[in-house]
Design a protein around this ligand. Structure first.
Ligand code: MLT
Length: 267
């Protein structure tokens, strides 16, 4: 576990493994690096140096109140700053959901740092007007009621209906993480998500290997859109994670890890 001043914040990350094969893991909203601990362990035991930061304001990374909006570009700048700090030239970047939006931005602004992309339960299209409006409504609610307001909206759609029905500890663990996320971070992130760029026009120009991996039962982002996204990327590979919802890496880790490993082995 480490921390360093990156740009204007103290960024926290966990790291395991060694060598020149680097895997950078970018977490979703409103979560932290702990969603990736299974992948940190799995891939660090298979020849990868795995690095999983908390985005600014999340988990154990500090929050800078001067930054009123956490644009995905800002989070990408932090991730690039962390790679720079660690003396890493290139990494395979895996981002889930919001982490995928950040991965797109990292590739757009720092393409030389990206060896390959793994886009997990994420999407290229921007928010529709209604979704954007809902982000601003949620922002207001979090301002009034705290982080639990975001949890109430997000948690029911983070897993497949089957995972919810089982009262899996995955759900209660994620709830704890969401409840622990600072309201000010959520308030700063929501407009950043609402205003994130449309990546659809960029897809045909992606020139690194890409794996799109997506839960079969993702309630937040239908798997069909992910399949289309993979088709629009030259050489893009697609993997559907059986039975999993939005948190595919947590709900079916065996399948998820093997699919990612297979992709990494082919690089
Ligand atoms: C996430 O899981 O990171 C969020 O659902 C992303 C989003 O709300 O667009």
């Amino acid at each position: 576990m480490q921390k360093a001043k990156i740009n204007d914040v103290e960024l926290f990350w966990v790291e395991a493994g060694s060598g020149n094969n680097i895997l950078l893991l970018l977490h979703g909203f409103p979560l932290d690096h702990t969603m990736w601990l299974g992948q940190v362990q799995y891939f660090s035991q298979r020849g990868w140096r795995v690095i999983a930061p908390d985005h600014r304001g999340y988990g154990q990374s500090s929050f800078n109140p001067a930054e009123h909006i956490h644009h995905v570009e800002l989070m990408a700048r932090d991730a690039a700053g962390l790679l720079e700090h660690l003396g890493i030239e290139k990494a395979v970047v895996m981002g889930l959901s919001m982490g995928g939006y950040v991965a797109f931005s990292l590739y757009q602004h720092y393409p030389q740092k990206v060896r390959a992309l793994i886009l997990a339960d994420t999407k290229a299209e921007p928010d529709a007007p209604v979704a954007r409006e809902n982000r601003y409504k949620l922002r207001e609610m979090v301002g009034q009621k705290g982080s639990q307001a975001a949890r109430d909206v997000m948690l029911p759609v983070m897993f497949s209906p089957e995972t919810h029905a089982k009262f899996s500890p995955l759900v209660s663990n994620l709830q704890t993480v969401m409840d622990g996320t600072r309201p000010e971070t959520i308030i700063a992130t929501l407009p950043g998500l609402a205003e994130r760029p449309d990546r659809i026009p960029d897809l045909p120009h992606i020139a690194v290997p890409v794996l799109v991996i997506h839960g079969e039962k993702d309630q937040l982002m239908p798997v069909e859109f992910a399949r289309q996204m993979a088709k629009a990327i030259p050489g893009g590979r697609f993997s559907e994670v059986p039975g999993a919802g939005h948190m595919a890496n947590l709900e079916n880790p065996d399948f998820f890890n093997r699919a990612v490993e297979d992709f990494l082995n082919g690089l």
